[in-house]
Design a protein around this ligand. Structure first.
Ligand code: SAM
Length: 276
């Protein structure tokens, strides 16, 4: 019998946030592959988990794969954990999970804490649709290009950010998305000094400049307002005859140039028109 890999979410800050099933799995597997064994040892000690730990982080993941997959094939089950939250989500583990799947072995999720989802749940910003964008690039130019590409995104955006880059990111976001865009800064989830502030990007940028925050943060930014329907309606009116004469892309390009309506919205309308 082959063993299985269990991807186990661990607490973001409060040791009591480890799910009962996660405790069982961590006790029962032969080995726990951990991003930082010393960090995970604290969790294991708290929950009286005596399973051996082995490190699996960005710098050794590739070289460990064969050995770990061989152990699964030999019948041992393994749990994968990161320092906090759900492994693979801005954390190591992707190569391992991929290798296990490619070997035809089972991977099971033991779900639990995740900072992005926890932040969305308390931000007070619509979260029926959202895009998780992880950490923005650190160099200023790359970061601004990254935000510029997201400026028209209508879904709520979620970013992870380190406290020492937060002021720079908020200043860029305020300049690129506009200072009036609503956002929430959520810090230290499930810890003693947990805090959430719902404001505008401009106000958050000023606040963080004046009082640089400590601790781990998630930034939730409201999506771009949907463009005025009138502009898109006008675009659709123009699209009708253009679609009769031109291929779809060309018709959309022209309608965009004539009416100034956003290309993405016109493209969607063109597809609908073609469909009908
Ligand atoms: N895998 C983790 C998860 O499921 O959320 C994320 C790991 S990523 C390396 C670490 C980032 O997650 C931090 O820089 C911060 O943006 C966010 N984070 C982790 N713990 C947090 C907490 N207690 N409060 C707020 N943000 C947190």
């Amino acid at each position: 019998m082959n063993g299985s890999l269990y991807v186990v979410a661990t607490p973001l800050g409060n040791l009591k946030d480890l799910a009962p099933r996660a405790v069982d799995v961590l006790r029962e597997v032969a080995l726990i592959a951990a991003e930082d064994t010393r960090h995970s040892a604290t969790l294991c000690q708290h929950w009286d988990i005596r399973t051996p730990l082995i490190s699996l982080h960005d710098h050794n993941e590739r070289s460990r794969l064969d050995g770990l997959v061989a152990r699964l094939q030999g019948g041992e089950s393994i749990a994968l954990v990161s320092d906090a939250g759900t492994p693979l989500i801005s954390d190591p583990g992707y190569l391992f999970v991929r290798a296990v799947r490619e070997a035809g072995l089972s991977v099971f999720a033991v779900p639990g804490p995740n900072a992005a989802i926890a932040a969305l749940s308390v931000a007070g910003i619509p979260c029926d649709r959202f895009a998780f964008e992880g950490f923005p690039p650190a160099p200023g130019g790359a970061r601004r290009a990254f935000f510029t590409a997201l400026a028209d995104e209508a879904r709520t955006l979620v970013f992870y950010e380190s406290p020492h880059r937060l002021a720079a990111s908020l200043a860029d976001l305020s300049a690129i998305f506009g200072p009036a865009r609503e956002a929430a800064l959520v810090r230290e989830l499930s810890k003693r000094f947990e805090e959430g502030v719902l404001a505008t990007l401009g106000a958050l940028a000023e606040r963080v400049n004046a009082h640089p925050p400590k601790g781990e943060c998630v930034l939730v930014v409201r999506g771009a307002p949907e463009v005025a329907d009138a502009a898109v309606d006008e675009g659709e009116r123009v699209l009708g005859p253009l679609l009769e004469e031109l291929p779809l892309r060309q018709a959309v390009d022209l309608a965009t140039r004539i009416t100034g309506a956003p290309r993405k919205a016109l493209y969607a309308r063109a597809l609908a028109l073609k469909g009908s």
